[in-house]
Design a protein around this ligand. Structure first.
Ligand code: GLU
Length: 396
């Protein structure tokens, strides 16, 4: 039958992270012992104090439609969080609560980007940024970084990428997929460039804020000259092990927040009532309550780096945050392993899935064709087993 779908959906790539996770799930259901290191999803349970708040919300009959931009008391908690953790002074009318940080990003891009506008993405970047920009009919312009620069860009690279058409820059620290963290000094240097181009907006995705192993987290909007031009995105999924609860939020200039609310009001309405009540408990708790998860991720980072370093041909740096490693595996391109020729990162990831039964994600999806992403949001035992299998599959 002729394809009757719109060009918009026909041209939209499938999310590579979700596709790999689905493939791994399917193989598992068919009895194959797959180790899933593709999805960025903490393997912890949501902390009990948050679960209790959700149960209380159900008992208190929170069941009605919620305000499109979020409950007022939740927005106040978000303002307090921004002040406490980031030194940012947002008012409740600058906050919009969404069904996950992904929706917050999509809202912001939809309300700012006209067809033909350029959006600068720092490669490697999270898979959905480019698809979200495409949906808004904008152009994704990549600024490339690699393992030698710790996957960070210089002020000069930023400046060289700016044109008359540039409307938005998306930055992300700690970064998915590289784990890089920008210091305050590095962000100040990028801001110095942006100060010369007052028409450019900045979307700062800070969803991995708390999964940080050293360099203090710095919010881009903290730079006074950037505050009125920055949309700060955050959410609950990663730090609070709440991926399925689907709560994200932004702090933004009032007029952008209002536009995002209008957009959301036509598409999903307000986020889930129970999850919003639970979010208040999560954000009002001291950050120390979730430290045990970060400490565990830190140990896993050490473990996975030690194990991967033993494999010839795998080039690694030391990520400073998030729970991914992003090795350069280009030395395998052109080689034949166990009778299979590897031409690129996608074929490499498929090879690992088929031969080692370990699910990872190709770097192509993140704008870095020499790499693959491996999530270490899995138990130490699984990490050990996975890397042992990968090592075996890559040894001639
Ligand atoms: N952000 C996570 C990841 O990159 C979750 C999957 C997704 O939404 O892409 O794996």
């Amino acid at each position: 039958m002729t394809n009757k779908l719109s060009d918009r959906i026909n041209n939209l790539p499938v999310s590579a992270t979700l596709a790999m996770a689905a493939k791994a799930r399917e193989l598992k259901e068919n009895g194959i012992d797959i180790i899933g290191l593709s999805l960025g999803e903490p393997d912890f349970n949501t902390p009990d104090f948050i679960k209790k708040a959700a149960i209380q919300a159900i008992d208190d009959n929170y069941n009605s439609y919620t305000p499109v931009d979020g409950y007022v008391d939740l927005k106040k908690s978000i303002c307090n969080k921004f002040k406490r953790d980031n030194g940012l002074d947002y008012k409740p009318n600058q906050i919009v609560v969404s069904t996950g940080a992904k929706q917050s990003i999509a809202n912001a891009v939809q309300v700012l980007i006209n067809p033909g506008d350029d959006v600068l993405l720092v490669a490697p970047y999270w898979v959905s940024y480019s698809a979200i920009v495409t949906l808004a009919e904008g152009n994704s312009i990549e600024i490339r970084s690699d393992i030698l620069s710790d996957f960070k860009i210089t002020p000069k690279q930023l400046e060289d990428s700016i044109t008359e058409k540039t409307k938005l820059v998306i930055i992300n620290s700690p970064n998915n997929p590289s784990g890089s963290v920008y210091s305050e000094k590095e962000y100040l240097a990028l801001a110095e460039v942006l100060e010369k181009y007052p028409k450019i907006f900045i979307l700062s995705d800070e969803i991995y804020e708390h999964i940080n192993y050293g360099i203090p987290h710095f919010s881009f909007a903290k730079i006074p000259s950037m505050f009125e031009r920055t949309i700060t995105v955050n959410g609950l999924a990663k730090a609070f092990a709440m991926t399925g609860w689907r709560i994200g939020y932004i702090g933004a200039p009032k007029w952008i927040a209002k536009a995002c609310t209008k957009m959301q009001g036509q598409i999903t309405s307000g986020a889930n009532c129970i999850a919003q009540r639970a979010t208040i408990a999560a954000l009002e708790a001291p950050v120390s309550k979730i430290k045990y998860m970060v400490d565990e991720f830190k140990e896993r980072r050490k473990l996975i780096i030690e194990l991967l370093k033993e494999i010839n041909g795998v080039k690694l740096n030391q990520p400073q945050g998030a729970f991914y490693v992003f090795p350069d595996i280009s030395s395998f391109f052109g080689k034949t392993l166990k009778g299979k020729k590897i031409n690129n990162a996608s074929e490499f990831a498929i090879y690992l899935l088929e031969e080692a039964h370990v699910a990872t994600v190709t770097g192509d999806a993140f704008g870095s064709p020499n790499n693959i992403r491996i999530s270490y949001a899995a138990s130490k035992q699984e990490i050990k087993k996975a890397i042992t299998r990968i090592s075996k599959a890559l040894t001639h």
